[in-house]
Each structure stands twice: as structure tokens, then as C-alpha cells.
Ligand binder design. Structure first.
Ligand code: SF4
Ligand code: SF4
Ligand code: SF4
Length: 365
């Protein structure tokens, strides 16, 4: 089922209206939505228990301070919610949520997964600079303001959702599309203005957006690949890294409660440091940052969804999200997998495939 909803309203107002209907018809008991922090120009996800606070929500704010997938994990990991929670996610957040379902960090029982088309986001500082009493919208920014990972993102529409809120190809209002039976059941209770029999305008708008991003990604990632093409270059790339691990803390698919790189494995006694310094003459400190980054690439390269939360959290502006996008694109292509596409996809690191890496000289067992 697909149709136009609230044609006379802008996407933000139409989405608020849609959530008000969901609450009004008792189809949901709470909703996790981007909302303005009281008195501030910051947008964070908030769990609303009634439709009365919908005026403070900004479903299409072009900023993402953190991945809502992690907040959904907090709500569902230890026990399923008692009643239906609707959660509004961007495509990269939905793909991260899918990976977390596969890793048993999210349960989708009693969750209504609603996604929205995403034209991209800007850094929180860029968003706040333009904010006053009214908050800026996507139209207030130029293409160059967007985060580079967004300009490369191949998913303007989320691959997994119960219901998607479409804006590409919409002329006023939003396009509601049921993607699962659960979503179709819900939409039966919502009055669509017009069922969409011909989706060619939306398909064309999505294709145009994807083509633009693919062209940017091909050029940009090829340049980045040259920039990190040797060990020396990679060391230079991470030269400013202070090993603070912010990039890991904000990564939605880096989920271990205790990270190996924070464990006692990396605690050494003084004489070891003296020994290393004597061997190398100069022991650069901190000394584990390359190991940390290479380890993280190894651990999550196959689950990386290219959201760029790592890069946004980096205090030294290291292009870590762009690098992880490059590495994960290559790794996922080699194994013919795509992170975040289906909750039933097997976890690559937990799956044995007999014919893996034959192209690299591995022989069949
Ligand atoms: S990475 Fe993609 S889905 Fe995520 S904010 Fe950027 S454009 Fe949107
Ligand atoms: S490594 Fe970076 S880009 Fe990849 S999922 Fe984690 S935060 Fe997102
Ligand atoms: S956030 Fe930046 S400085 Fe901190 S560990 Fe990651 S790359 Fe290094």
C-alpha cells in the first residue's frame, strides 16, 4: 500500500499529523522521534508518551547528533516494551538497527519501524550556527554543507521498515508506504488522500538522487584510497589521533560492553615501556592508535553502515567515517554482502562459506 498523506502540509507538519493519528487511534503508545531540547537549538531523539508534545518534534531536521538505533537498543535490549513503540529512523539508522537485531542488541517485538527518506545531514555545529528561534531546514543548507558521508550514502530510502515516509517525488505532504504486513495493517487505519498507482515520479527522483551520490562516492573514495595507499600514508592519515575512542563510542554497530581496546590487554608495566623505548629510541605515545583503528576495521567493517557518527565525534577532524566507508565498501563487495539489508541475513563473521575468497587464491576444501 502506498499513497499521499496530508498534501497541504510540509513534510514536518504532515509527519507530526501522521504520528498524532497513530496516537489518536491507539495504534502506538509511545514514539521515539527527533525533538528540540527545551530552550536549545539542539535536536535529540525523545521518547514521547502522548501526542501533546508533537509540536516540539522535528522529524526532518537535517542533523543527527547520534544514531537513534543505539537508543532503540537501550529501549529493547533487556526487555521488550509492553506496548507498541513507534520509532522514526533515517536510512542509516534503520540499517544500523538491522545489524543490531542480527547481533541481538535490538528486539523489534512491539516496535513499529517507521523510516523517512533522507537527503542528508550537516554537522551539529553547522546546524546550530543557522538556528535562531526557528530551526533551519534542509533548504537552508547547500550541497557543500552536507557531511561527506551523506553525499556518498547510497540509501536515500531505507531498505528495511514497516512504513516508510517518502519525500523524494512528493509534491506536498508525504508519501506513506507499507513495507510489511504490520505496516499495511497500521495504514488501514490512516486516511490517505490518494492511493499512488503510478510511482514513476518517486522512482525517478530516488534514482536521480542515488546517481548523484554514486558519482560523488566513486570520485571521492578513489581519491581517499590514493591518500591511504601505503602504511606510511595510513600512519599520516591518523597522525592527529589522540586515541580517545570517541569514534568507537558513537559507532552504532560497535556494541561490545567492554571493548577489547579498553581491556587489561593494553595495560603494561613501566619496564615494558622502557624496553620498547630502548628498542626504538623514540617511543611515540599514545602507542596503540593504529592497532585500535585496524582492529575496529576488522571487527565492524562488515557491519558498517556508513553513517559517519565516528567522524562527527572525532575531536581532531580525522576523516574516519569516510575511511570506514571506503574499507567497508571494499570488504562488503568482496563478500557480496550489504550491511543493514535484512534482519534474516546471516552474520558474516559467524558464517562459514566454502567458496569464500577463491578469487584470492583460497582453494576449495
Ligand atoms: S548517511 Fe545517509 S541516511 Fe544517514 S544521515 Fe547521511 S544521507 Fe541520511
Ligand atoms: S564505523 Fe563510522 S561510519 Fe561505520 S557504522 Fe560505525 S560510526 Fe558509522
Ligand atoms: S575519535 Fe578521532 S582522535 Fe579519537 S580515537 Fe577516533 S580517530 Fe582518534
Amino acid at each position: 500500500m502506498i499513497g499521499i498523506y496530508a498534501k497541504g502540509l510540509n513534510p514536518r507538519e504532515a509527519t507530526r499529523e501522521f504520528f498524532a493519528e497513530l496516537f489518536g487511534a491507539n495504534l502506538i503508545s509511545s514514539a521515539l522521534l527527533p525533538a528540540r531540547k527545551a530552550g536549545l537549538n539542539q535536536i535529540f531523539p525523545a521518547l514521547l508518551s502522548s501526542q501533546d508534545s508533537l509540536d516540539e518534534t522535528f522529524p526532518f531536521a537535517p542533523v543527527m547528533p547520534l544514531s537513534t538505533a543505539v537508543q532503540l537498543s537501550k529501549i529493547t535490549r533487556f526487555a521488550n516494551p509492553t506496548n507498541t513503540v513507534a520509532v522514526l529512523l533515517r536510512p542509516c539508522e534503520s540499517r544500523a538497527a538491522v545489524e543490531l537485531v542480527k547481533l541481538r542488541q535490538i528486539s523489534l517485538d512491539n516496535v513499529l519501524l517507521i523510516t523517512r527518506d533522507c537527503p542528508g545531514t550537516v554537522e551539529p555545529e553547522t546546524f546550530e550556527e543557522k538556528a535562531s528561534d526557528t530551526l533551519p531546514t534542509f533548504a537552508d543548507f547547500t550541497e557543500d554543507d552536507l557531511r561527506p558521508v551523506c553525499r556518498m550514502c547510497s540509501y536515500p530510502e531505507a531498505p528495511v521498515a514497516d512504513i516508510n515516509i517518502g519525500t523524494f517525488g512528493a509534491e506536498g505532504g508525504i508519501i506513506l508506504e507499507a513495507k510489511t504486513e504490520k505496516g499495511a495493517e497500521i495504514l488501514k487505519h490512516i486516511k490517505l488522500e490518494q492511493e499512488l498507482e503510478d510511482t514513476s515520479a518517486r522512482d525517478a527522483a530516488l534514482k536521480e538522487e542515488k546517481d548523484k551520490r554514486t558519482a560523488y562516492a566513486e570520485k571521492h573514495l578513489a581519491e581517499l584510497q590514493k591518500e591511504v595507499a601505503s602504511i606510511d600514508n595510513l600512519v599520516k592519515f591518523f597522525a592527529g589521533c589522540i586515541n580517545c575512542h570517541n569514534c568507537r563510542s558513537m559507532c552504532p554497530v560497535c556494541y561490545c560492553n567492554e571493548c577489547f581496546f579498553d581491556s587489561a590487554t593494553f595495560h603494561f608495566e613501566g619496564p615494558r615501556y622502557e624496553e620498547w623505548a630502548a628498542r626504538r629510541v623514540v617511543l611515540q605515545m599514545p602507542r596503540d592508535e593504529m592497532l585500535f583503528h585496524l582492529g575496529r576495521m576488522n571487527h565492524i567493517g562488515l557491519s558498517c553502515v556508513g553513517c559517519g557518527m565516528c567522524e562527527q565525534a572525532c575531536p581532531h577532524d580525522i576523516k574516519v567515517g569516510q575511511l570506514f566507508t571506503l574499507i567497508s565498501t571494499i570488504a562488503q563487495k568482496e563478500l557480496d554482502i550489504h550491511a543493514g539489508m535484512s534482519v534474516t541475513d546471516p552474520l558474516p563473521l559467524a558464517t562459514f562459506r566454502e567458496e569464500e575468497f577463491c578469487q584470492m587464491g583460497e582453494e576449495k576444501v
